[in-house]
Design a protein around this ligand. Structure first.
Ligand code: SF4
Length: 364
């Protein structure tokens, strides 16, 4: 692998010098990285950040998980324009899983050998806090070692408002019921102008960050996500990364950053542009360099497609996602990937890129 000292592009040279000296890159550097066509040189910088964070011995390790997705309801009060998944109560294809159905699905997935359950759903006013705590307890009763990654900041804000509990009290109750970590969804793009168009009724970016701060103070590790490829521009992306980096400097609670390319099909958001491969690469590599204080960068094969996800392993990504038995959300929006990956396939994608697969959960 070529050394970053050999980088020729003058703008990227400046970024590489900062990275080598341990100086955090600034917002102008991020904008320059998001605009460069020199993605190979950008990739060298991202790869060097990844190597420094993971350590030399772990350099060739790429994480993957064997998990199931539990989307417990698609009924949601918010009906965000960006969402293809949600329905109104009474719609023909609206659903809410009973606790017995959830337990059955988990039992079946345990038969596939899962280590983890990943839970997100809509904001359904018919569901009480007891439904959620009992859900976690029942999953733990099926198999106590299952690691539970559950609910977005949007859902926690909703649970707290409806139950009259504080967010910190809510986290105590959820941890007691079996919660292990937070998946980090609902961040979208923090900028209020963009957010007001793609998810006008969702909690603000400030509130999302405040809920995450509480989660970190409660000892929970979380992901942070960013939805791109809709109406945002590069400055909105940099603002988003910047706010996440600031909170990470304060709490250290983000374990993984997860960029999510927007899939417009079946949503109410008219998006004419489609991200190119270079757009995707620039966003992932820039995130790896800018978020020097977050240990992992996840390139979800289900969102990117297996081929591009594999390429990203050389652009800063060290986690390719998991098997996701029963995934519903991104497929409702037209993702053409399979809705379940086999462990063998994920291992082959990683090995075929010259790296070593490491099976893990969000507790890694
Ligand atoms: S994105 Fe989430 S909060 Fe918005 S409508 Fe869909 S399920 Fe509901």
């Amino acid at each position: 692998m070529m050394n970053i000292d050999l980088i020729k592009n003058p703008t990227l040279r400046r970024v590489a010098d900062k990275v080598r000296s341990g100086v955090p890159v600034d917002e102008n550097d991020a904008l320059a990285m998001l605009a460069t066509a020199d993605v190979v040189e950008l990739g060298l910088i991202a790869d060097s950040v990844r190597r420094r964070i993971n350590g030399a011995t772990a350099y060739y390790g790429v994480y993957y998980g064997v998990n199931m997705n539990l989307n417990y309801t698609n009924v949601c009060e918010l009906r965000c324009p960006l969402c293809a998944y949600s329905r109104d109560e009474g719609d023909a294809d609206a659903f809410t899983l009973s606790l017995d159905e959830i337990e059955q699905r988990v039992r079946r997935a345990v038969g596939f050998g899962i280590d983890e359950v990943h839970i997100v759903g809509g904001l359904n006013p018919a569901l009480s806090l007891e439904y959620f705590t009992e859900m976690l307890r029942r999953i733990k009763r099926v198999k106590p070692e299952l690691f539970i990654v559950a609910f977005t900041a949007t859902e926690y804000d909703y649970f707290a408002r409806r139950s009259g509990m504080s967010i910190s009290g809510l986290f105590r109750v959820m941890i007691d019921a079996g919660l292990g970590a937070l998946p980090g969804g609902g961040a979208e793009i923090f900028d209020p102008g963009v957010r007001g168009r793609i998810a006008p009724r969702k909690i603000s970016g400030e509130r999302w960050l405040a809920v995450m701060r509480e989660a970190h103070h409660a000892g929970l590790k979380t992901n942070a996500t960013m939805l791109y490829n809709h109406i945002e521009n590069p400055s909105h992306i940099v603002d988003h990364l910047s706010r996440i980096r600031d909170l990470q400097n304060e709490t250290g609670g983000f374990k993984t950053f997860v960029p999510l390319p927007f899939h417009p099909e079946n949503t109410a958001l008219a998006v004419e542009k489609q991200a190119t491969g270079f757009d995707d690469i620039r966003i992932y590599a820039t995130a790896r360099v800018y978020l020097h204080n977050i240990p992992h960068l996840k390139g979800l094969w289900m969102y990117l497609g297996e081929k591009l996800a594999q390429v990203m392993l050389h652009f800063g990504v060290d986690d390719i996602g998991a098997t996701y038995h029963y995934e519903k959300v991104v497929h409702a929006a037209g993702a053409t990937t399979d809705d379940v990956g086999s462990e063998e396939r994920l291992r082959r994608i990683i090995e075929n890129a010259g790296m070593t697969p490491v099976r893990a959960t969000a507790a890694y």
